[in-house]
Design a protein around this ligand. Structure first.
Ligand code: BES
Ligand code: ZN
Ligand code: ZN
Length: 511
């Protein structure tokens, strides 16, 4: 596990396996800390920059300079910060992520780094440290759980220590605090990635229940099949019954300490289909293996709740109550599976005709949302779900779709997403889409839209389960939950999308 610390001193003279310095795009005279390092290297960096060969300081580009004994560290890693005029929090994250990946290639165990953004970048030190820790942990992420090292492989090396080098003693406490918060955030993102990356035979509903029960500082209540039956959750159960795996509805809760006045209750609901085969409306084989990621919404909520517990224990309690609800089950075509045409009654009392068993997410969410309202009467409901392939068609992997009943909540979440480096693009919920939810035999049909505004129709379905004018936002994360492009802070695969937006929103962090 990577540990962060602050070391008081100068960059020159630091002892580590690699030293990270930075530079804005187009600069050819390293200044400040990087300048001193350049002097110590007999101007090797300045000469390379002046030659204008491979490194120009573009954001996230890196260049390695061996020190040949001129410094205690064997390597200096120069990372580009991009154009100074465009510098922002996302650039700090990206630079940190790119630099740590370069250090990984150098097989470094200990790394020392300059605090990106805190100098000419104009960021205050605490904020820069928070972003650096986030970016470092996100960039260093690898999913190696099942990779047996092969004979002839170099032994695996993990980055154990990252030390921020700071000359100004007055800033050390602020940097340490920022690192603490950023590390909790970054670790939460990594945990969500681990769960989403892991296979469906490992991350079963039962395994996720156990993970939830293991969170510290968070209370956890579990409803099993018999409880779901007692509560009348016919929609949720209709999905679960195609599989032998027992379903669970996990309810996590964290309340502010007595000394903090609670302003509101927020319910987070995450779709937790640990494998989506489609059920009897079976998905085609190509790409089915990816449906292990259909619990990415639940993973984001679980990881966020874990982080809230850790932040509270670190002395940073929230001023609101947060409840997390995870409906967990498999969608399988077993002997008990729902058949197309089946009609079920949801906990709210509404009846649903299931014309497509692959539109299962909205069924489990409908009951989880009803249960959330009945148990905690939240002021706000935010659900996250890998709900529709249509959302990938609309927005690709770049952004999640956001829809809901309350514009201020949507705007606030979009702003938090922006600060967190996660894009949320709003889609409209036009009344015309209601047509697609009409059934001849029941109150609602689960998949009526057929190629037309599938993402919004799914959201409209959920809206039928929001009581009155309660503030509700729905995040369809089907696209960004899993990425095929390799970005420094988001290596390809599970992204942990949603964790940062939720934490930034709840804590009100600006980038
Ligand atoms: N889990 C899928 C959506 C999905 C697809 C997530 C690809 C991530 C990547 C969801 O349960 C589903 O199958 N939705 C159907 C709905 C349709 C039957 C109305 C879809 O998108 O095709
Ligand atoms: Zn499905
Ligand atoms: Zn699904």
């Amino acid at each position: 596990m990577t540990e962060f610390s602050v070391v008081r001193g100068d960059l020159v003279g630091i002892d580590a396996d690699a030293l990270i310095v930075n530079l804005f795009e187009g600069v050819i005279e390293p200044a400040g800390g990087a300048g001193a390092v350049d002097q110590a290297l007999n101007r090797a960096i300045g000469k390379e920059l002046a030659a204008g060969r491979v490194f120009h300081g573009k954001l996230g580009d890196t260049c390695v300079f061996p020190t040949y004994g001129a410094l205690k560290t064997p390597y200096v890693v120069m990372v580009g910060l991009g154009k100074q005029a465009q510098f922002n929090g996302a650039a700090i994250r990206r630079a940190a992520a790119a630099a740590i990946r370069a250090c990984q290639k150098l097989r470094a165990r200990s790394v020392a780094t300059i605090l990106h953004g805190a100098g000419a970048g104009g960021f205050d030190a605490g904020r820069a440290a928070r972003l650096l820790a986030e970016g470092t942990l996100m960039g260093a992420y690898q999913f190696l759980r099942y990779k047996t090292p092969q004979r002839g492989d170099l032994p695996r090396v993990e980055i154990e220590r990252v030390a921020i080098v700071e000359r100004d003693a007055a800033k050390i406490a602020e940097i340490e605090a920022g690192l603490g918060v950023g590390a909790i955030t970054g670790r939460a993102v990594r945990r969500a990635r681990d769960w989403v990356s892991d296979s469906a035979n490992a991350i079963t509903p039962d395994a996720m229940r156990q993970l939830a029960e293991g969170l510290s500082g968070v209370s956890c209540q579990v409803l099993s099949r018999a409880d779901l039956e007692k509560s009348g959750m016919g929609a949720f159960l209709s999905v679960a019954k195609g599989s032998d795996a027992p379903p669970y509805l996990v309810h996590l809760s964290i309340t502010p300490p007595a000394s903090v006045k609670s302003t509101k209750t927020v319910a987070l609901v995450g779709k937790g289909i640990t494998f989506d085969s489609g059920g009897l409306s079976l998905k085609p084989p190509a790409g089915q293996e990816l449906m292990k990621m259909d619990m990415a919404g639940a993973a984001a909520v679980l990881a966020s709740m874990g982080a809230l517990g850790e932040l509270a224990q670190a002395g940073l309690p929230l001023n609101c109550r947060v409840d997390g609800f995870l409906p967990l089950c498999e969608n399988m075509p077993g002997p008990g599976a729902s058949k197309p045409g089946d009609i079920v009654r949801a906990m709210s009392g509404k009846t649903i005709e299931i014309n497509n068993t692959d539109a299962e997410g909205r069924l489990i969410l409908a009951d989880a949302i009803t249960y959330a309202q009945k148990t905690v009467s939240p002021d706000e409901i935010i659900d996250l779900a890998t709900l529709t392939g249509a959302c990938i068609t609309a927005l690709g992997e770049a952004a999640a779709g956001i829809m809901g009943s309350n514009q201020p909540l949507i705007d606030a979440l979009r702003a938090s997403g922006e600060a967190a480096g996660e894009k949320l693009w709003q889609l409209p919920l036009y009344e015309e889409y209601e047509e697609a939810l009409k059934s001849d035999v029941a109150d609602l049909i689960n998949a009526g839209s057929k190629g037309k505004a599938g993402t919004a129709c799914a959201a409209m379905f959920l809206k039928h389960f929001i009581e009155g004018d309660r503030a509700w936002a729905h995040l369809d994360i089907a696209g960004p939950a899993w990425t095929s492009a390799d970005r420094p802070e988001t290596p390809k695969g599970a992204s942990g999308f949603g964790v940062r937006t939720l934490l930034y929103y709840l804590y009100g962090w600006q980038s």
